[in-house]
Design a protein around this ligand. Structure first.
Ligand code: NDP
Length: 475
């Protein structure tokens, strides 16, 4: 409490994320007020963590009265109608300059709507992504705020106090105007889908295609985590693959887990947003599709029984090839994700700094990795605010060229032996399409003109659209 007896800020919604964020703020010396619709849960949280000195309000009105002005309230409620419901209740209680932050995983178009709503009101609104799961929320997440710049300056000290710290600095930055914070968080999650899919495919190739015992797979990931692939997701993969099954002595837990992946929607949102912004993101799209197909367990079981495709041993692939395929596919995936961020920043006037986004992802978030420091450096070197595609940055271009033979060996061998690798192969197909200056779309243009008079351009007269009365064999 301050001398006035008032708190520095409030957290609304003290669930998994909100409770830990409130405790994180408190651990940095901030005086925190809390509110949860189910008030007894809020009191239970405060009682379980007396060191945080959380002041619990029974109503939003009481909460607002507990805060220093201009007030700062961080909502950590479920994305969707819950955010609008809380905003509706807060709206008559707030005054000039008060700041409301939506820290949940809101869809960016919902945030656009709420930004517009706040512009007509005295209070200010910030859409903010938070990544790092419950542990990150408590110990230091990566934080992606966007929207009202004045509000960001007022939020900056408490957010910098609780954010993760990496060798590149404190993992919070202003992501841009409007809904930029939630757009950046959405793309973070899309990239996370891609990373998880690529890792899962490589483990499956090692285990099912090459017959490695799980211990060898885990050891290989642990070794990779000491090198260029060092990252949170690689680290936890090694841990997961060694975990014993508590219900089956001698067995590993991974073998007892049903192969049906869940998803809450941010990956799908990324794919939809990419299509709407005209940016191909096939690695991330393959990851979303793979989760959908994984969920169709019964269908897959029937299809395997009906079609019985031959599935053999993978030949001619080394551990180094697998590492190169994984790393090169990651370069493809991150290139796609950052291209989407750039396109959205231009189309939606966000003003997002890509180097800064890469920097705040080096710590605290689920995709944190040493790899992101390379990405930060590549974008920081790019001149002007129009960055070149990541894969074309000199450092990455040379790197991909070096890894290409191993990448091809893995994709070809997996396809030949019948092992599905949608993420690895989509990434390679993206790379091969990107690097083919004359592609197969000539025929598509011809077909469109043939059946729909859609016209086409000739190679010797680009920009001039012509139609041909195509000779028809059936007439
Ligand atoms: P929880 O389910 O643990 O908590 C949800 C909170 O929202 C509860 O306090 C709940 O209160 C409140 N709430 C739900 N509906 C309403 C409503 N209509 N009015 C008022 N309050 C409501 O979820 P999380 O903490 O996991 O997630 C919160 C947000 O953070 C979500 O947007 C989520 O996507 C995002 N997020 C979650 C991460 C995670 O790892 N869990 C990581 C990053 C972001 P009550 O108990 O009274 O229902």
């Amino acid at each position: 409490m301050s001398e006035t007896g008032l708190c520095d800020l409030a957290v609304v919604g003290l669930g998994v994320m909100g409770g830990n964020l409130a405790r994180n703020f408190a651990s940095r010396g901030l005086r925190v007020a809390g509110y949860q619709r189910t008030v007894e849960h809020a009191h239970a949280l405060a009682a379980a963590h007396p060191e945080a000195h959380l002041r619990i309000a029974s109503t939003l009105e009481e909460l607002v009265g507990m805060l220093e002005r201009p007030r700062r309230l961080v909502l950590m409620v479920n994305a969707g109608p819950a955010v609008d419901s809380v905003l509706d209740q807060l709206d008559p209680l707030l005054e000039d300059g008060d700041i409301v932050v939506d820290g949940g995983n809101s869809l960016y178009t919902d945030t656009d709507r709420r930004v517009a709503r706040a512009e007509a009101r005295p209070w200010r609104f910030v859409g903010m992504g938070v990544s790092g799961g419950s542990e990150g929320a408590l110990l230091g997440p990566s934080i992606m705020p966007g929207g009202d710049r004045y509000a960001w300056e007022r939020l900056r000290p408490p957010l910098e106090a609780i954010a993760a710290r990496s060798a590149s600095g404190v993992c919070v930055t202003y992501c841009g105007r409007g809904s930029a914070g939630h757009f950046v968080k959405m793309v973070h999650n899309g990239i996370e889908y891609g990373d998880m899919q690529l890792i899962a495919e490589v483990t499956s190739l090692m285990r099912e295609g090459m017959g490695w015992p799980w211990g060898q797979v885990a050891d290989t990931f642990a070794e990779w985590n000491r090198g260029e692939l060092e990252s949170y997701l690689i680290e936890i993969t090694a841990d997961i693959l060694r975990a014993p099954d508590p219900q089956n002595p001698g067995a590993l837990l991974i073998d007892a887990i049903l192969d049906r992946a869940g998803q809450k929607g941010t990956g799908k949102w990324t794919v939809v947003a990419a299509a709407e912004h005209g940016v191909p993101i096939p690695t991330i799209a393959a990851a979303v599709d793979a989760r959908l197909l994984s969920a169709a367990k019964d269908l897959r079981t029937r299809a395997e029984a009906a079609l019985r495709p031959a599935r053999g041993v993978i030949q001619g692939v080394s551990s180094a090839d697998l590492r190169d395929a994984l790393y090169a596919s990651k370069i493809a995936s991150y290139t796609q994700g950052f291209a989407l961020l750039q396109a959205a920043s231009e189309a939606r006037d966000y003003g997002t700094n890509l180097a800064e986004v890469a920097r705040i992802w080096t710590g605290g978030c689920i995709i944190r990795a040493v790899f992101l420091e390379r990405i930060r450096a590549a974008f920081a070197q790019a001149s002007g605010d129009k960055s070149e595609l990541l894969v074309l940055a000199p450092d990455f271009a040379a790197d991909v060229a070096r890894r290409l033979p191993g990448w091809r060996r893995v994709v070809a061998a997996a396809a030949a032996a019948g092992h599905p690798i949608p993420g690895l192969s989509a990434s390679l197909a993206w790379f091969d399409t990107l690097t083919q200056s004359r592609g197969s779309a000539s025929l598509i243009q011809a077909q469109r003109d043939y059946f729909g008079s859609h016209t086409y351009e000739r190679v010797d007269a680009p920009g001039v659209f012509v139609h041909t009365e195509w000779p028809k064999s059936s007439q």
